[in-house]
Write a protein that binds this ligand. Structure first.
Ligand code: XIL
Length: 323
């Protein structure tokens, strides 16, 4: 029988997908595609604070365990997402009243408990997610407001104390379209290194589209790689329906442009990032049916390499060729 190439078999670095526990248990083709094609798993939602820490003194590991156990049992690298974010914050935190010490304890307890729970089972964590605005200033989140700008560095320190071996990432979107945001992330990395704050890698989310210039994507990858840290394309998807047209149905020409974009991004990553810094490329979801984009943009779109029936699209072929 002929040997078929898969994403994970052709790539010299991990190829991942963000996943959801209900699909893992309820949809055989989803699970099969993950097992066959991917070598890394990211938790799409179930290790976020609202899901994992619904009440002050209660953690819910059920969704996280389903994902982490699947990754561990199928020999895939597990990437945890995300310890500190301004979205997916539980009500008890948005309503929390306390002085700066109480807020500090809240942050430290959360990070410490979650990282320790999965010590040895999760290889890398997004410690802080989306802390900058597109203009390069700090996003005015409840973390910034209650803890001050030092919350970012301290989050990384708490994560390192909880698991000395786990790789710690700062994760962000838009470095490919905002030069100011890219510069702000790089300045944060430089500052951390100067002050000996632990950080192992930077995630470029890369929620992008068929029109985005390759040169800007290459620039973000190149400048991030120049830090010497691990580089993760952490949430890749490529939108086709730019005008958010209702009942949109892509023409073959558009599928070909999506294919070209996947190929260009994978090629840029493979050729620009030195092998020792390649943490891998992760797509945000698996198929067009489970993509978060339609609910996010309130439009129909088809941003992933697999179609709703888990058939390989032209985008898959482009991705595979670029890897
Ligand atoms: C998204 C999930 O995909 C959705 O299911 C959820 O409703 C909202 O969050 N950047 C991130 C991810 O870092 O956590 C987001 O995930 C997508 C944008």
């Amino acid at each position: 029988t002929p040997v078929t190439s898969t994403l994970r078999s052709v790539a010299s670095f991990p190829v991942g997908a963000a996943i959801n526990p209900s699909l893992l248990t309820g949809k055989p083709l989803y699970r099969q595609t993950l097992e066959t094609e991917f070598s890394s798993i990211t938790s799409e939602n179930h290790l976020k604070m609202r899901q994992v820490h619904p009440e002050k003194d209660r953690y819910d590991w059920s969704g996280g365990n389903t994902i982490v156990d699947f990754a561990n049992q199928t020999g895939k690298r597990m990437h945890g997402h995300a310890l500190v974010w301004h979205q997916s914050v539980p009500d008890w935190v948005t309503q929390f009243k306390g002085d700066s010490l109480a807020w500090e304890n809240l942050l430290r307890d959360h990070i410490t408990t979650v990282v320790k729970q999965y010590k040895g089972k999760i290889a890398s964590w997004d410690v802080v997610n989306e802390a900058f605005l597109d203009d390069g200033t700090l996003r005015p989140t409840l973390w910034l407001q209650n803890l001050g700008p030092g919350y970012m560095a301290r989050s990384f320190q708490y994560a390192r104390q909880a698991d000395p071996a786990v790789k710690l990432f700062y994760n962000e979107y838009g470095q490919e379209y905002s030069a100011k945001k890219l510069a702000a992330v790089l300045a944060m990395v430089a500052d951390f290194r100067k002050r000996n704050i632990p950080i192992d890698g930077v995630g470029l989310q890369m929620h992008t589209n068929i029109d985005h210039p390759d040169a800007q994507i290459e620039n973000a990858i190149r400048q991030t790689a120049a830090t010497g840290l691990l580089v993760h394309i952490s949430e890749l998807d490529v939108r086709v329906n730019q005008a958010k047209t209702a009942n949109f149905s892509p023409t073959d020409a558009l599928w070909q442009r999506q294919k070209a974009k996947y190929q260009a991004i994978a090629t840029a990553y493979r050729t620009i990032v030195p092998p020792a810094q390649q943490h891998g490329i992760t797509t945000w979801n698996v198929s067009d049916a489970d993509s978060w984009i339609p609910s996010f943009c309130q439009c129909n779109d088809f941003p992933l390499p697999f179609d709703k029936d888990f058939k390989k699209k032209a985008a898959y072929d482009g991705f595979l060729t670029g890897l």
